[in-house]
Design a protein around this ligand. Sequence first.
Ligand code: GDP
Length: 370
Amino acid sequence: NDDVLRCVGCGAPIQTKDPNKLGYIPKSAYEKNKQSGKFYCQRCFRLRHYSQIAPVSLTSDDFLKLLNQIQNTDALVVCMVDIFDFNGSLIPGINRFAGNNPVMLVGNKSDLLPKSFKLSKLEDWMRQQANLAGIRPVDVELVSAKTDQQVDHLLEKIDQYRHGRDVYVVGVTNVGKSTLINQIIRDNTGMRELITTSRFPGTTLDQIKIPLSDGHHLIDTPGIIHNTQITHYLKGNDLKVAAPKKRIKPREYQLNPGQTIFMGGLGRFDYLKGRDKCPVTVYVYNKLLVHRTKLSNADEFYKRHVGELLTPPSHKYIKDFPPLIHHQFKTTYRSDLVIAGLGWITIPANIVIDGWAPKGVAVMIRRAMI
Ligand code: GDP
């Protein structure tokens, strides 16, 4: 019956009678939203509301307390990262917080990766990167929470590795944790009970508990703000560059030493030493202007065009925008120069480059993803 009003979040038919059944919405909320015809059931409403109040600072005492509590539990820890910002979204010290509990590493937003990327190779790469960060995940998975790719598979894997225990889902803000949790709820119409929110003992932070079939729970912990991410320095519409919606189109250039590439006003790549016609590939938000110019002229160019040709930052935000700071690297193997949250540039071995990012934003070099 197509006339039935459905919850925008989970698709359950909206009803105002039984708070313990799917699709429940209080009468008052029903009246309020009748006009728009858009309803979130109470469960999904809480979930959305929760995700808005959740972000806390990475150094928040409560958050550290919360993470530390996980090691005293017997659980599977699912650590979510954003594949578009792998290194910037990995929680530092996660293996310590997990204690002896197994950690499963989940890379989200696989839908953003170019079609040519082989997912199995990427999972190997993720494992290798995790090892470098001191994490030995029991399993590595790539999903797209938004387009519901591999989410079912992920749930099977979670069920396999949890061995009848609770599951804690952890991740920094913006990795797509709420999107995944919402997707899980949508996919599991069998999950009839209400989702509950409760406090972590001894903290002011809320957790959300989704009942699993055997009396255990999937526990969504609050997102943590990681202040080395570029999102931390962006406002309003400018934030779009850090959360691309479409598959990234690689942009290829052949550079000679002495050339610079600007990525909007947020990043800059100077090719200092190496061969002529050096192939580099830029992976950033498709609509971000990538502009090639002469290195000798680059400082002046930035000064003149930031907030105009080179945006973000939009003109109205440049006053508070941190200056670009450079970090020099020499590659010994095919590498990615990463600007946390903005994207990366794949470059060959044996070249010397400067990577520039707003002061405070992490710039690093890693083994090339592909
Ligand atoms: P949270 O802070 O970890 O709860 O993250 P959200 O679920 O709020 O998602 C953060 C941003 O990433 C939003 O703009 C989402 O639309 C986007 N996002 C989440 N999952 C995906 C995904 O699988 N693919 C893409 N492209 N974007 C996603």
